[in-house]
Design a protein around this ligand. Structure first.
Ligand code: PGA
Length: 245
């Protein structure tokens, strides 16, 4: 499976930011991985016009229903229609600030597939959970409950994002990342069988141009989900370039 480097712009970006996508498009010459940017939903349609398929675009969340009286929400079908081919689901900021449970995330994953989007399902432990030695157990529970049993490598990607590493400049040690990714792989295979073998497992949390090569070179790390360092094309390109062919 080709690696994936995905940028999550979170609540950042105006039409002026489309220049960063133009710069990314101009500089992307035969990358060794697939590339995805998830701008705010307000920019997806304009971004699709600029990017013209040079790399993929995605949403940062979707509702489980295809349409209806859900003020402020967007359906997976709407994202697809705007030009998205992926959607990030169950990001820790959604779980924390919007009370999203594993069951919500699983329903959203099914919605993504219904609309033809690939789901990037996020899991990860808090600092207290890690300090208590509970990280493997917590992540296994999140996988069991947020990844529906019909998940395959064709319709889903897992993103392991330790909550305490997001936006903090702190990352787990390489040994810790490798151990968690190997644990996640074992959980996926025991639950999904062959479908769990090829599923990409991204690492996310303070990935930057300085640490990308080491992290992306670890066993079972199939790419990165990048927040802050994806906002500037120059930084994001360095992370993409860190993927070994
Ligand atoms: P960060 O965010 O790279 O800014 O730590 C990662 C994420 O939240 O996906």
């Amino acid at each position: 499976m080709r690696a994936l480097v995905a940028g999550n712009w979170k609540m950042n970006g105006t039409p002026a930011s489309l220049g960063e996508l133009e710069a990314l498009k101009q500089a992307l010459a035969a990358p060794a991985c697939d590339v995805l940017v998830c701008p705010p939903a307000t920019l997806i349609a304009q971004a699709a016009w600029h990017v013209k398929g040079a790399f993929a675009l995605g949403g940062q969340d979707c509702h489980a229903e295809p349409k209806g009286a859900f003020t402020g929400d967007l359906s997976a079908e709407m994202l697809r229609d705007a030009g998205a081919s992926f959607v990030i689901l169950g990001h820790s900021e959604r779980r924390q600030y919007h009370g999203e449970s594993n069951a919500h995330v699983a329903a959203k994953a099914r919605a993504a597939w219904r609309a033809g989007l690939k789901a990037i399902i996020c899991i990860g432990e808090s600092e207290a959970q890690r300090n208590a030695g509970e990280a493997p157990h917590i992540c296994q529970g999140q996988l069991n409950e947020s990844v529906p049993p019909e998940a395959t490598s064709a319709n889903s990607v897992i993103a392991y994002e330790p909550v305490w590493a997001i936006g903090t400049g702190r990352t787990p040690t390489s040994d810790d990342i490798a151990a968690m990714h190997s644990h996640i792989r074992a959980c996926l295979v025991s639950r999904l069988g062959a479908a769990g073998e090829g599923m990409l497992i991204l690492y996310g949390g303070s990935v930057n141009p300085g640490n990308a090569a080491e992290i992306l070179g670890l066993p079972e790390v199939g790419g990165a989900l990048v927040g802050g360092a994806s906002l500037k094309a120059a930084d994001f390109l360095k992370i993409i370039a860190a993927v070994k062919a």
